[in-house]
Design a protein around this ligand. Structure first.
Ligand code: NIG
Ligand code: FE
Length: 401
């Protein structure tokens, strides 16, 4: 039996509100200890340092009065890809607009990369995530867009996470585009492939299906076809919607009981009400607006309406090449109307809700012992000290990473 006792925690964010705890949904305990047995939380001590019974070997860590929070849950990344788009970013910072079409250049670079190149890159990203306090992460396919390449990306993603999303409907690849050899019929022929052989090849690795429902990517009707085929194959639904302009992505996501609709930058009042009345999480991706110089989504409007909000990185080479949830928290607080408490909840418990997970994003008995010790006295410092590496130690399933 492996045991870990973290004591001397000045401020523990549990995301498990109980009588006597502070911070509303954050369920804050002051002067706390946490005991971990075999990778799970055994208990959280609300009454000061509890001594161990000394019967078994126990690893004791003194937090030195610093804060401990649940590991971040990044519910939206695109981490399997080749190449980079720094030249596109540089042009954008000189005034060129972001469009979905840029995805195709990463598709070409990804198809050209070997499994080992993609695997090495992925391993580096995973190390980067852990170092910044992310202990659970989703990864999408979407830069292969042939049956073999999408299955390859799903397989590689599955080597590092159980949260794999099949995103064959990321963009219509060049060979099926309207100006390509198939002409007007191309995009629908591509959707036929996505809901047929491509889904069959990816489904064994995937938990989720996703579609980019946006002008320049897939129409609402095409997105619906893809998502309904995924549901029929036993996958849960996520949607990229309302990123570049108003549209039907959010309404479609809510109708299909998606776990999450991501971006949510351009919302109508009806979209906001529909989200508030649903189980679908609104996942906001501040790295995108930061890196595309577009207006940030209005988190305050969603929260005031009663919607559940998550924050995620959307780490990808085109629209948001950051893997840092502390960065996203700082931006969400500064520019999206969130309080530090709301933003930290959104990047932990919110991400867990967006993945429909009850075992992560929360520190209560039985939950996974995914802990982040901050080099700071309070979670507030994540927003208060932007750009400063405050993650001191990270445990995943009770093991130091
Ligand atoms: O979530 N919106 C669609 N897909 C990505 C962008 C991918 C890219 O530009 O390569 C996103 O922002
Ligand atoms: Fe994305």
């Amino acid at each position: 039996m492996s045991r870990l006792l973290v004591r001397g925690i000045g401020e523990l964010v549990t995301n498990d509100p109980q009588p006597g705890r502070a911070g509303g949904p954050l369920g804050i305990v002051k002067d706390a200890s946490v005991l971990v047995v075999d990778g799970r939380i055994a208990w959280v001590d609300d009454a000061g340092d509890s001594a161990s019974d000394g019967e078994d070997e126990i690893d004791v860590v003194d937090a030195g009065g610093h804060a401990v929070i649940p590991g971040f849950v990044d519910s939206h990344t695109h981490l399997v890809f080749g190449g980079d788009r720094s030249a596109e970013f540089e042009a954008r910072m000189s005034g060129t607009a972001y469009t979905a079409g840029g995805i195709r250049s990463t598709v070409a670079a990804t198809r050209a990369a070997s499994d080992d190149e993609l695997r090495t890159r992925l391993a580096n990203f995973v190390a980067e995530l852990y170092a910044q306090g992310t202990t659970t992460f989703e990864i999408k396919t979407g830069y292969g867009l042939t049956v073999a390449d999408e299955a390859r990306l799903a397989r590689l993603a599955r080597e590092v996470t159980d949260e794999v999303t099949f995103l064959g409907a990321h963009v219509v690849p060049t060979e099926y585009a309207q100006g390509g050899p198939l002409g007007e019929a191309g995009p629908d022929a591509y959707v036929d492939l996505v809901v047929g052989d491509m889904l069959d090849a990816c489904e064994p690795y995937a938990r989720w299906i996703d579609a980019f429902c946006e002008r320049g990517a897939f129409t609402p009707a095409q997105s619906r076809r893809v998502l309904e085929a995924g549901i029929a194959a036993g996958l849960g639904v996520r949607v990229h919607g309302n990123q570049l302009g108003p549209g039907e992505g959010v309404a479609l996501a809510v109708e299909l009981d998606a776990a999450s609709v991501d971006h949510c930058t351009y919302l109508s009042d009806a979209d906001v009400s529909a989200l508030a009345a649903s189980r679908t999480v609104a996942t906001l991706l501040p790295g995108v607006e930061f890196s595309t110089r577009q207006p940030y989504p209005d988190a305050r409007r969603l929260l005031d309406a009663g919607a559940t909000v998550a924050l995620a990185s959307d780490c990808n080479p085109g629209s948001s090449f950051t893997s840092s949830l502390p960065f996203c928290i700082a931006v969400a607080v500064r520019d999206m109307g969130m309080t530090p408490a709301e933003a930290v909840w959104a990047a932990t418990a919110g991400g867990a809700a967006a993945l429909r997970r009850g075992d992560v994003g929360v520190l209560r008995p039985g939950a996974r012992a995914d802990l982040v010790l901050l080099d700071a006295p309070s979670y507030v410092h994540l927003a208060y000290r932007p750009g400063v590496p405050l993650v001191e130690r990270v445990w995943k399933d009770g093991a130091a990473v």
